[in-house]
Design a protein around this ligand. Structure first.
Ligand code: FAD
Ligand code: NAI
Length: 506
């Protein structure tokens, strides 16, 4: 009987889940009419549509401000699954969410300009923007004034000025990068399979080199080896014994942010997967067909090694964007900051009063991750919602106080009302500074295995292997931006498992 009841309960919760999801989808498709922004309110300009800015937008009460969003990208990108797009395990549109859909869900309408901010003038309080898309109108450049500004423009790829990197390698930050890599893998395979190709050339073309042993490089190398083992090897068997993946890292080990035990697990899994790892190897130069690196041997001796390659993926971390560098140059208090905009504990850009920064372009003492950026965005939303409430309460109190002497008969009631507002005001004004809560680090390492350093009841749990991979999948599914994204990602995973990845080069 107990069993029957638990089955019934199971069915009921499944039905409730589907109904809830269906209602959410219906609401998204039939949104309520939006309130027009009130011109007397402050103009809040938000730069970027990444993790920081979108998490701010999601929780911001937009009716309190005139909100303007500016970004060259009219979508949000779920970066944790970007490495899976390079091999077609996941299709790129499954991890993109149009910003127009996100903004349409807000109570008060928000303006969006697809443009890049080229400079910010903190004296005049204006942002200079330009349209760098393929289709341009009469106006391609203009200025947007702000009362409050949030900079969430992320970071660009670090190359450390190493010659040849920009010209010859692929990066892995944007959706276009993943598409370029996917195309190039298949181009290398088809060119290697070309009639009468020499053995040396086949070896070069099928050598996939990844520079940077951080999580981006490791996850990409794992995805690439999966693609080869599960699909390329079966469909192009004649050249399959030449396919090699090499990961080059300047430090003594890969994944420095993970615990020692997980680093060792990753390195031994890569060995089993036949991914070559060269640690203590610093790339110094890149040409169109080879990478030149300096390798340090255990006895301290240095040697120059050359790695011929077909595909080169450069994943050596972040660098400051020009618009951020320019802003830092205009603020004297930022003169000692090197890695981005130094912010205080409320994420206010130091040396300013009305500019805030979130995510990879802000230096708040945390790693440049999606986890940090999204918590910073949520913090700012709460802060701005509170600021609006504070102003409204202060206005009410001042209005009631001014009427107090005019209504002597009613003064006790008015005083009580004022006291109530003052209590509320004390509560909202008591905003705590930003406090990052680390949920842990997760990374996919190929062959259906993942590593995880997770925070659990104030302690740390290190886990690795296939079960961790299931956890990795469930965690990323639950973190996807929307129900649509979740369904598309699940569908892509199933599709590539059942039918294999699509080898078409388009
Ligand atoms: P972004 O998300 O990069 O967004 C920046 C936004 O600003 C974009 O919309 C961009 O178009 C816009 N922009 C750029 N220039 C301008 C300009 N001049 N004017 C206006 N707008 C501009 N972190 C994790 O925690 N977990 C993970 O699993 C994880 N996986 C990752 C996988 C990959 C492949 C990569 C590359 C990163 C990964 N990260 C992960 C890191 C994470 O993606 C970043 O830390 C996060 O995106 C930072 O958020 P952000 O809002 O600062 O910047
Ligand atoms: P990273 O900064 O974490 O790693 C880059 C690596 O490249 C470093 O280990 C560095 O030593 C190496 N390197 C630099 N120059 C080199 C050279 N010339 N030759 C050889 N090696 C060189 O960069 P990554 O992986 O792009 O990550 C950026 C941020 O995004 C990090 O904060 C990371 O935590 C986050 N991220 C998190 C993921 C996850 O949690 N699963 C996945 C991807 C990124």
């Amino acid at each position: 009987r107990m069993l029957r009841w638990s089955w019934r309960l199971g069915y009921l919760s499944a039905i409730a889940g589907i109904v809830y999801m269906g209602y959410g989808v219906y609401q998204d498709r039939h949104p309520e009419p939006q309130v027009e922004p009130d011109p007397s309110k402050k103009t809040l300009v938000i730069l970027g549509t990444g993790w920081g800015s979108v998490s701010l937008l999601k929780q911001l009460d937009t009716e309190n401000y005139n909100v303007i969003v500016i970004s060259p990208r009219n979508y949000f990108l779920f970066t944790p699954l970007l490495p899976s797009c390079t091999t077609g395990t996941i299709e790129h549109r499954s991890i993109m969410e149009p910003v127009r859909t996100i903004l349409r869900q807000k109570k008060a309408s928000v303006k969006f300009y697809e443009a890049e901010a080229s400079s910010i003038d903190p004296e005049r309080k204006v942002v200079r923007i330009f349209d760098n898309s393929e289709i341009r109108g009469d106006i391609t450049e203009t200025e947007v004034p702000y009362d409050m500004l949030v900079v969430g423009v992320g970071a660009e790829n670090a190359t450390f000025g190493i010659p040849g990197v920009r010209e010859h390698s692929c990066f892995l930050k944007e959706i276009g990068d993943a598409q370029k890599i996917r195309k190039r893998i298949m181009d290398c395979v088809e060119t290697a399979a070309f009639k009468d190709q020499s053995p040396e050339e086949i070896n070069r073309l099928l050598h996939m080199v990844v520079v940077g042993g951080g999580p981006t490089g490791v996850e990409f190398a794992g995805e690439l080896q999966d693609f080869f083992e599960e699909d390329i090897k079966k469909l192009v068997p004649d050249i399959s014994d030449r396919f090699r993946v090499t990961l080059i890292e300047a430090l003594p080990n890969v994944l420095p942010m993970f615990s020692k035990q997980l680093i060792e697990y990753t390195e031994s899994t890569f060995k089993e997967e036949k991914i070559n790892i060269h640690t203590k190897t610093m790339v110094k130069k890149v040409t169109d067909k080879a990478v030149e690196a300096e390798m340090t041997h255990p006895d301290g001796k240095k040697e120059t090694v050359v790695f011929p390659y077909g595909l080169l993926v450069w994943a050596t971390g972040n660098a400051v964007r020009p618009v951020v560098k320019d802003l830092m140059g205009r603020i004297p208090a930022q003169k000692d900051s090197r890695r981005g905009l130094a912010v205080n504990e409320y994420l206010v850009v130091q040396g300013t009063r009305d500019i805030w920064a979130v995510g990879d372009c802000a230096v708040a003492g945390y790693a440049p991750t999606a986890q940090v950026a999204s918590q910073e965005g949520s913090f700012l939303a709460r802060l701005f919602n509170n600021m609006a409430k504070t102003e409204a309460l202060e206005e009410k109190i001042s209005h009631l106080s001014s009427t107090l002497n005019l209504q002597p008969g009613n003064s006790a009631a008015v005083s009580r009302e004022i006291e109530g507002y003052e209590r509320q005001l004390r509560r909202v004004k008591n905003a705590k500074p930003f406090n990052y809560s680390h949920q842990g680090s997760l990374a996919y390492i190929g062959s259906d295995k993942a590593v995880a350093d997770v925070t659990w009841f104030n302690g740390n749990v290190a886990a690795a292997g296939s079960l961790t991979y299931i956890f990795w999948r469930s965690a990323y599914i639950s973190m996807c931006f929307s129900t649509r994204n979740r369904l598309l990602v699940i569908n892509d995973w199933l599709k590539s498992k059942v039918f294999g990845r699509d080898l078409s080069r388009e």
